[in-house]
Design a protein around this ligand. Sequence first.
Ligand SMILES: Nc1ncnc2c1ncn2[C@@H]1O[C@H](COP(=O)(O)OP(=O)(O)OP(=O)(O)O)[C@@H](O)[C@H]1O
Ligand SMILES: [Mg+2]
Length: 499
Amino acid sequence: MRGIGKSFGGVAVLADVELVVQPGEVMALLGSNGAGKSTLVKILTGVYTRDAGTVHVDGEAVVFPDPRAAVASGVRLLPQEISVMGDMTVAENISLADLPLKRGPGFPVVDDRTMRERSRALLDQLGFASIGVDTLVKRLSVAEQRIVEIARALAGKARVLVMDEPTAALTEQEAKLIFRIIHRLKEQQVAVVYISHYLNEVFEISDRIAVLRDGRNAGLYETRSASRGEVLAAMLGRVADDLYDIKGSGAVGDEVLTVADLSVPGKLDGVDLSVRSGEIVGVFGLIGSGIETLGRAVYGALGPATTGTVLVTGAAYRPESARVGKARGIGFVAADRKREGIIGDLTVRENMVAPFQSRYVRGLFVSKTAETEQARRWIDLLGIRTRGPEQVMRTLSGGNQQKVCVSRWLVDSVKLLILEEPTRGVDVGARHEIYLELRALADRGLAVLVLSSDVEEVAGIGDRAIVLDRGRIVGRFDRGTPPAALMAATTNDPAFNAA
Ligand SMILES: Nc1ncnc2c1ncn2[C@@H]1O[C@H](COP(=O)(O)OP(=O)(O)OP(=O)(O)O)[C@@H](O)[C@H]1O
Ligand SMILES: [Mg+2]
């Protein structure tokens, strides 16, 4: 790709960008949220058309009017947002792009057997014998849906495979499986473009690193001889802060959340924990450990299936519905932005004020002015990269959407803020800002409970760290405990070990 330019509504998002990838090479593409990574690869894969520049595949100039045309040339995208069809089976999803046909009564019909066998073989080859080909995809975990997507991308012939943050919803062990797949693709001389915010991954898997900043090339490195510092500096345009070096007041008040013997059948088993005002408590667990359930159970989103005692600021509370949770002063930032967080077609402002719209009523009506003022404050406070409060949410970069999700709970009535995977898909610079903000909120008296599958995050920001495994608490640690100790507390799942 050479001289690539792209604007949205008159705003330049990419200017004169070059990206050249060799066969059998893994090119990491790095950059802060909103730098233009997804836009660049969407141009490569026919999702967007370019305003300027040229694209060559195997020396041949190409123009892809749509993703199908790109797929036909062996250029495939694994998009940032999971895009599987929940109501179709695993086999159907994998075969979506080219269904095997057989002669039917007068017209061709889908060859169900071939489709299922082919899908089975692909999943087995990827090390996922446990995923059934007849299962409806909506019944799978996020991680499993990701694997189905990868299998789909590999079902056809790929010359160039683009992965846009493929591991954002996966644990470290699951990510390893993806790395294995990438090694195989390298052997087959596929060119891989790999977008990620995890520097560890990038240094492990890539041959070269291309950095974008503000829609322009900002650096190109051989991974072997590059240092993290220089790559980070290229991304940020300055020397990076130490991610977890954040000083708080250290003042801790009364217990805001007290949980005793909290259980959800099959998911959580007798969990006891507390969070005090001024404190950040981190809970680490792998996917399936119960971290996906704990926050919802406390917030009330799981309804009456939840048993046990929950006290919020000393008063007993039945976590029966999300509405009651909010009324009790609990804020909840869900990991799955798409399903539970944001509404893509609404504006940034509308998404920000959604949970507490009554705060903006002036007289008889909701005041748009008051909403806009608040929205501007939050945009400023969290450094959200947007053209303004009226930008449509869908068009924000992934990390900036995440910041909007956090901002909406930053109101006085919220005493306890529960965040699932608060920095998933968020770049290093913005992660630091979110951690700073969580600490500032705690210093203002908020109790903060962070549920995360990122062990470094939990070890880095928690005043205390709790480790969950198979629905039970298996370890409690003080601040300063190294991440490896937290990881060691989880008993490793045999499925991961086998892989
Ligand atoms: N369809 C669109 N309409 C308007 N603006 C858009 C659209 N798509 C992207 N943008 C803007 O282009 C810029 C680059 O976005 P892009 O999604 O490429 O960033 P990114 O580098 O992938 O970020 P992230 O790491 O957060 O995923 C952002 O400022 C975004 O708001
Ligand atoms: Mg992106």
